[in-house]
Unconditional design. Structure first.
Length: 393
């Protein structure tokens, strides 16, 4: 397959920050793809190039992409990875490589008359049998919200594999939450992912509020947390409001939360190099909750293998832009599945209207899709794409 045309441009993301969008065409097929960006990032993530600099790099490599034949996605991605020739994509940038990789994936699917999820399922030889659970980030804190809770995300996870029914429940929950927030605080404020913020430094209060909301919609729904603990870590302790907690105190907090609330998962409960913390929580709570690696594992097969060897997690977040190409994303996810872990495909806090991750979650047979709060359009479109896929299946 030889690409006819590629145009790269800079667009604003959901935080009005600059990011990359590509348009690629081949024999009458035209596709558009764009890349998100994170704020609470793991230090092992792929390098992000300034968008202006990425445009310059693209001009240098553009000719090579037109003149070569690529028969598979892996061939295309490997070619870009070899052009970059650095361990963390410092030369071409993970954002530039990924946007091209996403474009090529979509072009490949279009040229074969396949949906993107079908193409991905085909690459890994997966037969689609289920749709992922939706993880809705309804209350925000951490670095994604001003004057809010120390933990980054409080999520509602309806226990239905119908994305349509799931979204209906989430929208009901949002209405209730909005009312409660207005009643309590006289105004409603939002975080980066469209979820509500809450002026409290007590992490328990987010769970209590979500628990109240849950009782108003359906009592089968579960709750999840993304602590994003790396950003709380200062001088060997975790800063929770005014308090500084050590690893043991954090662990006992999680024990309490897991026994007092219907908790499905806890993401990044410890900072990204606290292997001992992860190992302890996985051992003590792993039979009850999903212990999820995000900043810990960064969609990187090496970090995932390390986490497996240490018994650090039993679930993982998969974000294409942490590793910087679709092929490597697929490898990371299938490796985690081989280890028997739960897989949650995720957006970033700075998002675009691209819905690729919904297809990725379905194609991989992932257990979850985390795409923020459906009040923000960049988040909603991913859940809507799942519904579209549900209707096709
Ligand atoms: P980020 O946060 O996109 O700002 O890194 C999302 C997450 O931690 O899951
Ligand atoms: Zn996270």
């Amino acid at each position: 397959m030889k690409i006819d045309d590629i145009t790269l441009k800079i667009i604003p993301d959901s935080r009005s920050e600059k990011t990359l969008e590509v348009e690629m065409s081949l024999e009458g097929h035209k596709v558009v793809a764009s890349v998100p960006s994170g704020k609470s990032k793991g230090s092992n993530e792929a390098f992000v190039l300034e968008p202006e600099e990425a445009l310059e790099k693209f001009t240098e490599i553009k000719f090579n992409l037109f003149t070569r034949q690529f028969s598979t996605l892996e061939e295309f991605d490997n070619y870009l990875i070899s052009l970059d020739n650095t361990p963390n994509k410092q030369n071409l940038g993970g954002n530039l490589i990924l946007v091209l990789s996403l474009g090529f994936t979509k072009l490949l699917a279009a040229s074969q008359n396949l949906e993107i999820y079908q193409l991905i399922a085909g690459i890994i030889g997966h037969k689609i049998q289920k749709l992922p659970l939706c993880f809705y980030n309804l209350i925000e804190g951490g670095v994604h919200a001003k004057n809010s809770l120390p933990f980054q995300e409080y999520l509602l996870v309806p226990q239905t594999v119908s994305p349509k029914f799931s979204l209906e429940l989430a929208q009901k929950a949002i209405k209730i939450l909005e009312g409660k927030k207005y009643q309590r605080y006289g105004k409603v404020t939002y975080g980066d992912e469209g979820g509500f913020t809450m002026p409290s430094d007590n992490p328990r209060e987010g769970l209590e509020l979500l628990q109240e909301v849950r009782s108003g919609i359906d009592t089968h729904s579960k709750l999840s947390l993304d602590v994003a603990a790396s950003v709380l870590f200062k001088d060997g302790k975790y800063q929770i409001g005014e308090k500084l907690l050590d690893e043991k105190e954090m662990l006992s907090l999680y024990h309490n939360f897991a026994s007092d609330f219907p908790l499905l998962s806890i993401e990044d409960p410890f900072q990204e190099d606290d292997w001992q913390g992860f190992e302890d929580i996985r051992r003590q709570l792993g039979s009850k909750v999903w212990v999820v690696g995000d900043d810990l594992t960064t969609t990187n097969p090496q970090r995932i293998t390390q986490a497996y060897q240490k018994g650090a997690v039993n679930a993982v977040i998969i974000k294409p832009n942490q590793i910087g190409s679709v092929t490597e994303t697929i490898k990371a996810a299938t490796l985690a599945q081989k280890y028997g872990w739960k897989v949650i495909v995720s957006h970033r806090s700075g998002e675009t209207m691209d819905t690729f991750i919904a297809d990725l979650a379905v194609g991989l047979g992932a257990d979850g899709l985390k795409s923020g709060c459906p009040l923000q359009k960049e988040r909603l479109v991913k859940y809507q794409r799942l519904i579209e896929i549900e209707e096709m299946l």
